[in-house]
Design a protein around this ligand. Structure first.
Ligand code: DX5
Ligand code: ZN
Length: 261
């Protein structure tokens, strides 16, 4: 794998000018990243299939839905009908890992939970992921015809989902606790990205490695070097003075970091 895929996150865009934000992505990016949040798995609420369909009508770029929701199974067909191309589910979500696993970790940010909710992950009892439930979810996404991705919060290790790594098209070891754009990049994600790259090599797997959370001009080289090739960026694109120039700059930096290896 040696491509660079830029997937700007519309979460950071000015939604009163959605068509403009999508047009910028068409000029400088490869995919559109849609952050779907249910207010339960994460302390923020964003968009569902109705909005995904509106984005679909504005572009032919692949739509990459990042499902930060407890019950993705209930929405897979609706998102697919809306025209979503890939769906990435969180292994920690209740409907995915099975009941009784770790409590949600609350991030904080604009338009959502108050800063008091922030903080280090609460201690949890290690409880094995229900691989049967996880496989059912992955199979449902696959059966819908969409590409299948699996996302991990910063407190979940790649080693916990090794059993299903051969069954996905995309792996996302997140570099922030999901919930908000504009958070600081967590460098501990780099070792999980490296682990995903190593596993892929050793097992001859084909998945793409996605980086998401605080990926911007100052951090994209490090995630690119670590082995990611799909770069999600929200603030690093849509909160810049010139979002198209920002996309071009991100691509240059990702490619340069890769070539320097
Ligand atoms: C966070 C989302 C990210 C976020 C990225 O929960 O999954 O996609 O919007 O935004 P930045 O790049 O600003 O961290
Ligand atoms: Zn995302």
């Amino acid at each position: 794998v040696s491509q660079v895929v830029l997937a700007p996150s519309l979460l950071s865009a000015d939604w009163s000018r959605l068509a403009e934000a999508v047009a910028i992505a068409e000029k400088g990016a490869d995919w559109i990243h849609l952050d779907v949040m249910d207010g339960q798995f994460v302390p923020n609420l964003t968009f569902g299939p109705v909005i995904a369909r509106a984005v679909r009508q504005l572009t032919r770029l692949p739509i990459d839905a990042h499902l930060m929701i407890h019950d993705p199974l209930e929405f897979v067909s609706a998102f697919r009908e809306a025209g979503v191309d890939h769906m990435t589910v969180h292994v920690e979500a209740r409907g995915v890992c099975g009941p009784g696993w770790r409590a949600p970790v609350r991030s904080h940010g604009e338009g959502g939970a108050s800063p008091q909710d922030a903080g280090a992950p609460a201690p949890h009892d290690a409880h094995a992921i229900d691989l049967g439930a996880l496989r059912r979810t992955l199979a449902a996404v696959r059966a819908s015809g969409a590409g299948v991705g699996i996302a991990l919060r910063p407190d979940t290790k790649l080693s916990e989902i090794e059993a299903v790594l051969g069954e996905v098209e995309l792996v996302l070891p997140m570099s922030v606790y999901p919930g908000f754009s504009g958070q600081a990049f967590r460098p501990e994600a780099l070792q999980e990205i490296r682990a995903a790259a190593d596993w892929r090599k050793i097992h001859g797997a084909r998945y793409l490695i996605q980086a998401d959370g605080g990926v911007a001009a100052d951090t994209i080289a490090s995630v690119s070097k670590a082995g990611a090739e799909v770069f999600v960026s929200g603030h690093g694109v849509y909160r810049q003075v010139d979002p198209l120039a920002a996309l071009q700059d991100l691509r240059r930096r990702a490619v340069a970091a890769r070539n320097a290896l």
